[in-house]
Design a binder for this molecule. Structure first.
Ligand code: BG6
Length: 464
């Protein structure tokens, strides 16, 4: 039997986001974001046509939900401040109802010894700004920094862990390459510009935070998806995997932690004629405003090979440089289809230790989505999600190993707390420690994994 004990003061928790949990509340002043807009335009795109207003209604369940956080062993919890709730028009007037809500939430968390980890941008561009081009438009950066500054000023006396973005590559992929986020364009050039503006916005928000003299840490949350070459001895496969790592991971990781863009990525983007427009002074801002803390989301790796055939699309795409391949005999989550490769979390943490100055980091998302989880409900109404317990514990073992070898990992947040609404997938994949019964007034029931997690947190680890 091995005892997996974690460092003192380890953060045990889970993550969610404002747009995925709060709900709408028409009369409380929230403006529309791109998910509200897209739902109005094309509701059929959303799984079972469930749109962003149908959430766990965290907005009206603060006390009940914080009690559930306690009951599932949380000493920390991540959510986000919805830009379009706080500043309904994207810039300008602040919504007092939003200030009241976030104040109450933060105070309730702290009163229960739960450290709030607050993220700013979680895919929720206010519509007014999207109509002006969203992240494609450099002016959005100023509006974002004003929103970030408002958050720091309003809540920074109590919130000590801030994050500028969640997964900034996802709006790039979803909105400008693969069609699963608004504005569902296909333009490699616009995609690169969007990613660059998000990155510059992050650096400027970090500068604004530090200028206010707030005592806390500020970082960014990145979905670091390790890219494994099909054949490590085949230089073409290795080069293809390097491009995928550069585009999907290092395009944010390097500027956020090291203050500069990777040279190989710049060369590749130049060769495709998609380098972004920028000002020389931007690079100084990025250099001088690296993060204190890195959040790492890890779900599954990328399996990469060199392109075998010329591309079939009419416009340049990142896939000009690589293609994914279906590795035989990989372990699969049977309820979601994604690969499960636990060692990927260890490889990612080792990479951060060896190549990124062992910057303080934490696992900010990791979790197992399951379709139709109701099939695992027992007579008492509890979901017996042993598969999730196994998923989390197997990943935690690798996190533990990385820590033993010197990685600077401060915590683990599972995705997610209460089953939440997820973009176009809505409630297709359930991830929570707590189930949400949409047919029964949003009733919450702790799953078996939630009870298990409480013990892990109380013992600061587990034996197996
Ligand atoms: C994460 C995102 O990458 O994946 C979350 O940060 C999202 O916002 C989660 O909900 C799960 O996505 P899906 O599509 O499997 O429900």
């Amino acid at each position: 039997m091995t005892n997996y004990q974690f460092p003192k003061d380890f953060y045990w928790g889970s993550a969610s986001s404002g747009p995925q949990s709060e709900g709408r509340y028409e009369n409380d002043g929230k403006g529309d974001n791109i998910w509200d807009l897209w739902y109005k335009e094309q509701p059929e795109l959303y799984f079972n046509t469930i749109g962003p207003e149908k959430t766990s209604q965290a907005y009206t369940h603060i006390k009940e939900d914080v009690a559930l956080l306690k009951a599932t062993g949380h000493n920390s919890f991540r959510t986000s401040i919805q830009w379009s709730r706080l500043i309904p028009e994207g810039r300008g007037a602040i919504n007092p109802a939003a200030v009241k809500f976030y104040n109450e939430l933060i105070d309730e968390l702290l009163a229960n010894d739960i450290e709030p980890f607050i993220n700013l941008y979680h895919f929720d561009m206010p519509v007014v700004l999207q109509k002006e081009g969203g992240w494609e438009n450099r002016k959005t950066i100023d509006a974002y920094v004003a929103y970030a500054t408002a958050c720091f000023e309003l809540f920074g006396d109590r919130v000590k862990k801030w994050f500028t973005h969640n997964e900034p590559i996802v709006p790039v992929e979803g909105g400008y390459l693969y069609g699963f986020h608004y504005p569902h364009e296909v333009s490699f050039k616009a995609a690169v510009q969007v990613g660059y503006h998000e990155m510059l916005a992050s650096a400027k928000a970090i500068a604004a935070y530090r200028a206010l003299g707030k005592i806390g840490e500020i970082g960014i949350i990145l979905n670091l998806t390790p890219s494994y070459a099909r054949d490590e001895n085949n230089p073409s496969d290795v080069k293809a995997a390097q491009f995928a790592d550069g585009f999907f991971n290092r395009s944010f990781l390097d500027p956020s932690v090291l203050g500069e863009y990777p040279a190989d990525l710049i060369d590749d983007l130049r060769s495709a004629d998609v380098l972004p427009s920028y000002l020389v002074e931007d690079l100084e801002i990025i250099k001088n405003n690296t993060v204190d803390l890195l959040g790492i989301n890890y779900y599954q790796p990328r399996r990469i090979q060199a392109r075998e055939n010329p591309h079939e699309w009419s416009v340049p795409m990142p896939e000009d440089f690589f293609e994914t391949y279906d590795m035989p005999n990989k372990k699969i989550n049977p309820y979601r289809g994604w690969e499960i490769y636990e060692k990927g979390i260890y490889d990612t943490l080792t990479n951060i230790r060896e190549n990124y100055g062992n910057i303080p980091c934490y696992i900010s998302e990791n979790g197992m989505g399951v379709e139709d989880e109701s099939r695992f409900i027992d007579k008492q109404g509890q979901i017996n999600d042993d598969y999730r317990i196994e998923f989390v514990s197997e990943h935690l073992k690798y996190v533990h190993q990385a820590i033993t070898e010197g990685s600077n990992v401060r915590g683990y947040h599972m995705w997610t707390f209460i089953d939440n609404w997820s973009w176009l997938n809505a409630y297709k994949n359930r991830y929570g420690f707590v189930s949400l019964d949409l047919e029964n007034d949003g009733k919450r029931t702790i799953k078996k994994s939630g009870h298990w997690y409480k013990k892990v947190s109380e013992n600061n680890g587990f034996e197996e």
